[in-house]
Write a protein that binds this ligand. Structure first.
Ligand SMILES: *Cc1c(COP(=O)(O)O)cnc(C)c1O
Length: 411
């Protein structure tokens, strides 16, 4: 008889997006002529930059020629791409990285989910609430948590750090033991950021407690304001206690193309039961060379073009487009009297539902009265109740129409 990994049975069904789809479908059936605008998706909508497409074509040609064909590449990625990443994403911000501290992968989702494998089962994880669900679910699957508590909407054995209106959506440091701390800034779903000073507190905490920060910077490219760190390694002391996940998905439209990378500095250590230190970098290399065979050459070649002069300009134009949408959403909602967060350094706007309305109640109201679909905050965690997420990944026209409808039809 084949037995199941019972940790998988602890996971509640992925309720959020299936429930949204169910309600939307029912509404469409009842209102077949209705023109719904979708502001819920966390996926890009603009096409890949022309420079990327050109490089991809060329790499495909190379793969068809005897002289330039390539088979397996290095599991951790081609140096031509790693060097560009270091040169363009880190050096200008005063962060020095070695080539073997950067690991190319097929996604930040994959990496944030897989990275926990290296850590012992006794570690306690801390996550913000609301949270990107991958950090939690991957640890549940591994068996690092207790059961799901339906009433609380939380797993036993995880330290949840509430982000609410009272604390301005900024999590407090854990008040109980935490060994693996997941932070995502700019944040999905709240769109908020931490200043260098605020992030420094987390780095200091991790150093004091020999904890490790798993820092997801998937939205780094959307930062507009000065003083907001793009990388945790801009913070003094972070090289000993942090790992950083980056992705080309939102940055350059790679959600369907797949390329990302993870930074593991050589100084980060994890400890065995005798208290002996082990290099996380070495262990992640060991893990990747065993379980991963690299991102395809055409995709890595295409990714390198993100850093060409033309590529950089094209990526900037796309992100500007989304961020102009974000500004329109933010300004429109504020004018209509909403309390809003995010949308300044991230493509997400996190709004407080009016009049203590529940997240799902507001979802229905918005869908039925404004014909706009968003994402109920409660779907990202208990503290998301009473909040709602709108995204800037839409056309300018639909963004403007959606905000106009919210302003005029929701009272
Ligand atoms: C979109 C997103 C990612 C990127 O995932 P990929 O697998 O690289 O597409 C990572 N973290 C967060 C929080 C995200 O929203």
């Amino acid at each position: 008889m084949a037995f199941v990994n019972e940790n998988y049975l602890k996971l509640p069904g992925s309720y959020l997006f299936s429930e949204i789809a169910r309600r939307e479908k029912q509404f469409r059936q009842e209102n077949p002529d209705c023109d719904l605008i979708k502001m819920g998706i966390g996926d890009v909508t603009r096409p890949l930059p022309p420079a990327v497409i050109e490089a991809m074509h060329q790499a495909v040609e190379e793969m068809g020629q005897q002289k330039t064909f390539r088979g397996y590449g290095p599991e951790q990625g081609y140096e031509f791409l790693i060097e560009k990443i270091i040169e363009h994403d880190f050096k200008p911000r005063g962060v020095d990285l070695a080539v073997n501290e950067v690991f190319i992968s097929d996604g930040a989702k994959t990496d944030t989910a897989n990275f926990q494998e290296i850590f012992g089962m006794g570690n306690i994880l801390a996550v913000t609430d609301p949270v990107y669900p991958v950090y939690v679910d991957s640890n549940v699957m591994a068996g690092r948590t207790g059961i799901y508590n339906n009433d609380k909407g939380q797993f036993e054995g995880i330290v949840y750090l509430p982000c609410n209106q009272e604390n301005g959506l900024k999590p407090a440091l854990p008040s109980t033991k935490a060994d693996m701390i997941y932070l995502c800034y700019p944040n999905n779903p709240t769109g908020t950021t931490l200043s260098a000073e605020e992030l420094k507190k987390w780095v200091d905490y991790a150093r004091d407690h020999k904890a490790i920060i798993l820092f997801d910077a998937a939205y780094e490219a959307f930062i507009r304001e000065d003083g907001v760190p793009h990388s945790i390694f801009e913070i003094e002391g972070a090289r000993e206690v942090a790992v950083e996940f980056r992705s080309f998905s939102k940055t350059a439209g790679f959600t369907g193309t797949r390329c990302a990378y993870t930074i593991v500095p050589k100084e980060v250590m994890v400890y065995d039961s005798k208290g002996e230190a082990h290099s996380l970098n070495k262990l992640w290399l060991r893990r990747q060379t065993t379980k991963f065979n690299g991102v395809s050459y055409p995709i890595q070649a295409a990714t390198a073009a993100v850093f060409s002069e033309a590529g950089k300009q094209q990526v900037k134009e796309t992100i500007d487009y989304y961020m102009d949408n974000a500004a329109i959403i933010r300004a429109g909602l504020e004018k209509a009297g909403y309390t809003v967060f995010g949308g300044v350094n991230a493509p997400y706007i996190w709004l407080k539902t009016p009049g203590q309305m529940g997240s799902w109640e507001f979802f229905d109201k918005l869908m039925k009265e404004a014909n706009v679909i968003g994402t109920p905050g409660a779907g990202f965690g208990a503290s998301g109740e009473g909040f709602f997420r709108l995204t800037a990944f839409n056309t300018r026209e639909n963004t403007e129409r959606a905000i106009e409808r919210i302003r005029t039809r929701i009272v």
